[in-house]
Design a binder for this molecule. Structure first.
Ligand SMILES: C[S@@+](CC[C@H](N)C(=O)[O-])C[C@H]1O[C@@H](n2cnc3c(N)ncnc32)[C@H](O)[C@@H]1O
Length: 197
């Protein structure tokens, strides 16, 4: 089963520079996104080839940018937050591609314009079964093992905005317990649950 994650970086810069020496502060919590990439893709030895993750960089300046890491063909990225943020920094030097047009910067590392509503549209078209991760959602149902492709949407350290919630209307939600966890921990738990069925 293909696994996909979409994480929203509300303050993460979509263009310009990232200060690699201050990922949690002046870089719009890029550290949270880099940890999510690390957890989504990397095993102790190797990469999860069945997994993609899309970062949504909404902090400006200029239009929103999405960055996709595609586990099946990803090359040249290591399990290290600063190195992952360094790759993101390279993409930010390029103009933002048109909404929906994914441009490959190097193998398995893509960027595009658009926000979460665009990702939801694309995943719907591809037949991905979507879920929002939400501590008040439904419990995880192991019957989802029948699906070909499954996608999970999560936020950074901030709550989803009204307009994000609107674009996610009608999508089922999954709770991993009633306490708020960090996003990368949720990704790890999802992998564990899917690995176990
Ligand atoms: C650090 S939490 C965000 C907390 C933020 N203060 C809020 O109020 O939304 C990051 C993301 O992880 C996911 N998450 C955290 N805890 C969860 C839980 N217990 N069950 C399901 N998803 C969870 C949610 O998608 C959340 O947006």
């Amino acid at each position: 089963m293909g696994r996909k994650f979409a994480i929203i970086g509300h303050r993460a810069p979509s263009s310009g520079k990232i200060n690699l020496n201050d990922l949690p502060g002046s870089s719009g919590r890029i550290d949270v996104l880099a940890r999510a990439v690390n957890t989504a893709l990397f095993l102790s030895h190797g990469i999860r080839e069945d997994t993609d993750i899309i970062l949504h960089l909404l902090g400006g300046p200029g239009p929103a940018r999405r960055i996709k890491f595609q586990g099946s063909i990803l090359r040249g990225i290591h399990s290290d937050e600063r190195a992952i943020a360094g790759q993101v920094a390279k993409a930010l030097k390029e103009p933002v591609p048109a909404i929906g047009q994914f441009v490959e910067i190097h193998s398995g590392f893509w960027h595009s314009g658009g926000g979460i509503e665009q990702t939801i549209r694309e995943w719907d078209r591809e037949g991905v079964r979507l879920f929002v991760l939400d501590n008040e959602g439904d419990s995880f149902n192991s019957e989802i093992h029948d699906l070909d492709s499954i996608g999970f949407i999560l936020s950074d350290d901030q709550p989803f905005t009204e307009s994000e919630l609107e674009s996610m209307e009608g999508i089922g939600s999954i709770s991993l317990g009633n306490r708020w966890l960090q996003g990368h921990v949720c990704i790890s738990i999802i992998h564990h649950l899917l690995d176990s069925i």
